[in-house]
Design a protein around this ligand. Structure first.
Ligand code: F0G
Length: 470
């Protein structure tokens, strides 16, 4: 039975489905509603909490950035995620991430200069946006006395968890990864930070299924984005975007979609800010799947599934998954971070799409790698999954959904060095290497490749080569 909600609670957990609405105390560790099995939100009694009167009030915190909680790009907004006492918060300086305008990427997409901005979450301590959520989930794990924390991962969640465990020495990290489904940059982080790394025969969807079973059986705290506290931390990515824009609302937020935690948390952030009267309108949300892992696109665009005020067509969703099973269809994309066919946050994401008048698209691996090369050539290296946002923005621009003078923010979710294999293969002059890594993904060209120039070990030859190529 759900815990009885007492009126004294300023923060509590609540089932996302309006027809259920069961509530649970924040002191409980839950990843689903006991009554109906749906996802949970963290909900606040805003009327009794000290909410700033204006978002501008947060700027004063910069003068106190020698204090760890004010330096954190997550916790300096803690009045908007007020579930943890200050003395329980675990921070490693996450969220120091910049918003960069990129003239070159704007040109690639077909936007006017200054209208395309890249939110570079690769600058986080573990190299991806995951640290925004991990600091929040990890804090909750500490609040309830957890000694071990687990996740299934395509690599970035596990790297982040392993880093928080290593840095704080408060918990042991147990991570589940699919075999051969994780890039070396990410695997090396988990191993180096000392996580117990369980590599199972299967893909992310299999690992996710198992980690839920195992964490339940062994009482290990689960930090995947089914954990509602994770998403509270990820809300702050949007707060930093707004802060960089002087609290102006962009027209579009474009984000890759994998397990759909980010998009869900962005929707929650804007819903709350609007409700609190801190913003007067919400941006539109564009969620971009990889074509080889496009469950959201298939459900949203082909089968017309909508949040529908909290009553989505679950039969369509179930029959889609049954078709995947019947055809033994597996996610398959070079963007390994979003190689996911059963996104655990689907319901919350549908709600976010409704809140933000959202659109969904999918992009091919070719489009992803070309976009990634343009992003990097303009100075912000990202991993393939991240470039899906830029490739998606380009597609929406070509389709006339995004206008050239709208203000568009693409989220670059992970650092370039996470997946050197894809990058080197794209730029390789060795056709065999190109085909080995990319051929099976339908990638046939590398229009933006920057190939290394081969030259014999001779001074004159080297000089001649440089003169010819510069
Ligand atoms: N981009 C990167 C770099 C990611 O690592 C992920 C997810 C996503 C995008 C998708 O974000 O799940 O919020 O839609 N990576 C997870 C992991 C699944 O295990 O590291 P989402």
């Amino acid at each position: 039975m759900p815990a009885v909600q007492t009126k004294t609670d300023l923060a509590f957990q609540q089932c996302v489905m309006p027809a259920c609405g069961a509530t649970y105390d924040v002191s409980e560790e839950r990843t689903s509603c006991e009554t109906c099995g749906s996802l949970l939100d963290i909900v606040y009694d805003w009327d009794r909490l000290p909410v700033p009167s204006s978002l501008k009030d947060f700027e004063a915190k910069w003068s106190r950035r020698n204090e760890p909680l004010e330096r954190s790009g997550v916790w300096r907004f803690r009045e908007l995620l007020p579930f943890a006492p200050d003395d329980q918060i675990v921070t490693i300086g996450e969220g120091q991430t910049p918003l960069h305008p990129s003239v070159g990427v704007a040109d690639f997409i077909g936007m006017k200069p200054g209208r395309l901005l890249l939110q570079y979450e690769g600058m986080n301590p573990s190299g991806s946006f995951k640290d925004n959520g991990m600091t929040a989930a990890f804090t909750h794990a500490r609040m309830i006395g957890a000694k071990r924390a687990a996740c299934a991962s395509t690599g970035n969640t596990s790297a982040s968890l392993a880093l928080y465990c290593g840095m704080s020495q408060l918990m042991q990290a147990v991570i589940f990864i699919g075999s051969g489904k994780i890039s070396y940059g990410k695997l090396s982080q988990a191993l180096d930070y000392g996580a117990l790394t369980v590599q199972i025969a299967g893909d992310f969807d299999d690992a996710m299924h198992r980690v839920r079973q195992v964490s339940k059986r062994l009482g290990i705290y689960l930090v995947n984005s089914v954990n509602p506290f994770r998403l509270e931390g990820q809300k702050t990515i949007m707060l930093r975007v707004l802060e960089s824009l002087n609290w102006e609302i962009p027209d579009w937020i474009v984000v890759p979609g994998g397990n759909l935690g980010n998009s869900s948390s962005f929707g929650k952030a804007f819903h709350e800010l609007k409700k609190l009267g801190l913003i007067d309108r919400v941006p539109r949300l564009a969620i971009i799947n990889a074509a080889g892992a496009n469950t959201l696109n298939a459900l949203y665009n082909e089968r017309g599934v909508r949040w529908n005020g909290g009553a989505p067509d679950t039969k369509s969703i179930d029959s889609y998954y049954a078709e995947l099973d019947a055809g033994a269809l597996r996610a398959d994309t070079i963007a390994s971070a979003i190689e996911i066919n059963r996104p655990v946050n689907l319901m919350k994401c549908l709600r976010a799409l409704e809140c933000c008048d959202g659109v969904v698209r999918d992009v091919t691996d070719q489009q992803i790698l070309d976009a990634k090369a343009r992003v990097a050539a303009n100075g912000l290296g990202c991993e393939p999954a991240s470039a899906a946002s830029v490739a998606g923005a380009k597609l929406l621009r070509e389709q006339g959904v995004i206008d050239p003078d709208e203000r568009v923010v693409c989220i670059l979710t992970g650092h370039q060095l996470k997946d050197p294999t894809a990058t080197v293969a794209y730029h390789s002059s060795d056709q065999n290497e190109f085909n080995r890594v990319l051929g099976s993904r339908g990638v046939t060209t590398a229009a933006f490749a920057n190939r290394a120039v081969q030259v014999e070990n001779d001074l004159d030859a080297i000089v001649r080569t440089i003169q010819l190529n510069s």
